[in-house]
Design a protein around this ligand. Structure first.
Ligand code: GLN
Length: 498
């Protein structure tokens, strides 16, 4: 369908792999694809606000260069020419990188995050930077200093968070795919709220170089896309061993697309009984159990089991993540980068005023919590205890994965809440992370795939967890499940097509 100005908006309906195929075949050019994305952004940003920065000029220039390389046969990969969006906590050389915080309102990095470099080397065109909860702390994208992002399925609802901008941009066809980061669920939960697919890989699979740290021992970058095949292909490109990240791992099993087979015969799938109790929305529960049934019918062996320790994941996570955040965020002092208070007396007051004015309330809460649990009188009681709990949670997963290939459950206890409903009760918001955070504590991979919608029409996400380095198992199960469904886009994404 042609739009005013001759851009084919249906290019943005396609998966990244399908669009790249058309580009390789010479049916569409990379600049045409970038223009289609930019048109869609212009049309919908007033409603969705998925981006903090759109780099129109840079994207078109990059697209021209990529096109030349494709024509010269220098770029032949499966994603070459496709336009993508990057969460605003990944450094991009010469392009504003704010972490959705006022304290980085003017930060233009001098280097690019390794994961983004890998994408660019594969011919992916960067459209801009997506909105997020400030410093990735939050579950709704409402803690951004640059305004809220709205859920493309219903603009009165949040897109989830913290990678809400990335997930909303994918759902609204404002990019072909996006990168997010996941410290406690920030890829999987907003993917579930926005009806798209997202993977958090095994810790160490994707380099964290250039990812502005929140909880360094938990943070991982991962793909957000329309389907499992796109996610597998993107992960294959961004995964790399990197000398610049001492926690990055050398893996020789990153051929994730080889797991895209519609076959779960004999696969052992466990559903933690502890995930299905009180607190789980009835409609979400029904959708999850129906998804399990699909996999059972396809030949998987599905049973319920007791994972244990589930209730300890939230306190352990918020203790560890805040402790690491309080240390990581000490670098934002008004001197090295970003915002500095206009008026102050002396160095101490400059620090104090810059940080007080530059950070929002949720970030301050985490810094205070983190400093408290690390302080000498409380270190053993809170921080060390949380680390021990983390070790026990990992052991519980080890026991489960001795028996099961994949653990199946919801990505979130409910569908997307309305805007404005969550921030007044932070504890309640933290409890919403119950199904996602233990994967970060254990370092294991997880995927969220759409598995239906509730009676309000809001998407529900199915979460599949695998043992460390077993991305292929969750990709295979997710792909197999997805083969039984068709991708649904929100009406808004195609509205302009009328
Ligand atoms: N909601 C969680 C938090 O606020 C997870 C965020 C994330 O994964 N970045 O910490």
């Amino acid at each position: 369908m042609m739009q005013k100005g001759g851009t084919d908006v249906n290019l943005m309906d396609m998966t990244a792999l399908a669009l790249a195929k058309k580009i390789r075949a010479g049916e569409v050019s990379a600049p045409e694809a970038a223009r289609a994305a930019l048109e869609q952004i212009k049309r919908l940003e007033g409603t969705v606000h998925a981006y903090v920065t759109v780099d129109e000029e840079g994207a078109l220039k990059q697209a021209e260069e990529v096109q030349k390389k494709i024509e010269a046969g220098e770029l032949t990969g499966p994603l070459a020419g496709v336009p993508a969006a990057i969460k605003d906590n990944m450094c991009t050389k010469g392009l504003l990188t704010t972490c959705s915080s006022r304290i980085l309102e003017n930060f233009v990095p001098t280097y690019t995050a390794q994961a983004v470099e890998n994408l660019e080397a594969a011919g992916v065109v960067v459209l801009g930077k997506t909105n997020m909860d400030e410093f990735a702390m939050g579950s709704t994208t409402e803690t951004s200093a640059y305004g809220v992002t709205r859920n493309p399925w219903n603009p009165e609802h949040v897109p989830g968070g913290s990678s809400g901008g990335s997930c909303a941009a994918v759902a609204a066809n404002e990019c072909s795919f996006a990168l997010g980061s996941d410290t406690g669920g920030s890829i999987r939960q907003p993917s579930s709220f926005c009806g798209v697919t997202g993977i958090k890989p095994t810790y160490g699979t994707v380099s964290r170089y250039g990812l502005i740290a929140y909880g360094s021992s938990l943070d991982q970058i991962g793909p957000v896309a329309k389907d499992v095949s796109d996610c597998a292909a993107i992960l294959e490109v961004i995964a790399s061993w990197d000398r610049k990240d001492s926690t990055s791992i050398k893996r020789d099993d990153c051929d994730f697309t080889s797991a895209l087979t519609d076959d779960v015969k004999g696969m052992k799938i466990g559903i933690p009984r502890d995930y299905l109790g009180s607190g789980l929305d009835v409609e979400v529960k029904q959708a999850i159990l129906a998804a399990a049934e699909v996999l059972r019918e396809k030949g998987a062996e599905v049973e319920e089991f007791d994972l244990s320790l589930v209730e300890y994941a939230i306190p352990a996570y918020y203790t560890i993540a805040s402790a690491e955040a309080s240390s990581n965020l000490s670098r934002f002092d008004g001197i090295k980068y970003g915002y500095r208070a206009k008026e102050y007396e002396g160095l101490h007051q400059m620090y104090k005023k810059s940080r007080s004015e530059g950070f929002g309330p949720e970030v301050k809460r985490r810094i205070m919590l983190g400093s408290f649990v690390l302080s000498s009188g409380y270190y053993d009681a809170y921080y060390l205890k949380a680390l021990r709990t983390k070790a026990l949670i990992k052991q519980a997963f080890d026991r489960a994965f001795a028996k099961y290939d994949v653990i199946l459950g919801p990505a979130a206890p409910a569908t997307a809440p309305k805007l404005g409903e969550s921030l007044s009760n932070p504890l309640q918001m933290y409890l919403g992370d119950i199904y996602t955070i233990s994967a970060n504590l254990a370092g294991i991979p997880g995927i969220s795939v759409p598995c239906g919608r509730d009676s309000k029409g809001l998407p529900i996400g199915l979460q599949l967890l695998g043992d460390c380095f077993q991305e292929k198992k969750i990709i295979r199960a997710a792909y197999s499940f997805e083969c039984s469904r068709t991708y649904e886009a929100p009406a808004l994404a195609g509205k302009a097509v009328e």
